[in-house]
Design a protein. Structure first.
Length: 74
């Protein structure tokens, strides 16, 4: 359920315009190395794992209905 909700919200971000501030924030790549003691994953890493688990393909032109079918597994 958590995985589905995470992918549902990420689908909303993918469908936003490229100049939208939310999309810029979510797809932002921070330069530099992580701190040595950091053990948590980034949001992008978690979403990528979810996508791999469901054998989905990410693209910028994702249709809402297609995205829902991929998330639900229908």
């Amino acid at each position: 359920m958590i995985q589905r909700n995470r992918l549902r919200s990420y689908g909303h971000v993918l469908r936003k315009d490229d100049d939208d501030c939310v999309k810029k924030w979510v797809t932002l790549e921070v330069e530099g190395a992580r701190q040595r003691s950091r053990a948590t994953k980034t949001r992008k890493e978690v979403v990528d794992e979810d996508v791999d688990d469901l054998h989905m393909k990410l693209s910028d032109d994702v249709d809402h209905d297609e995205w829902w079918k991929m998330i639900r597994g229908n």
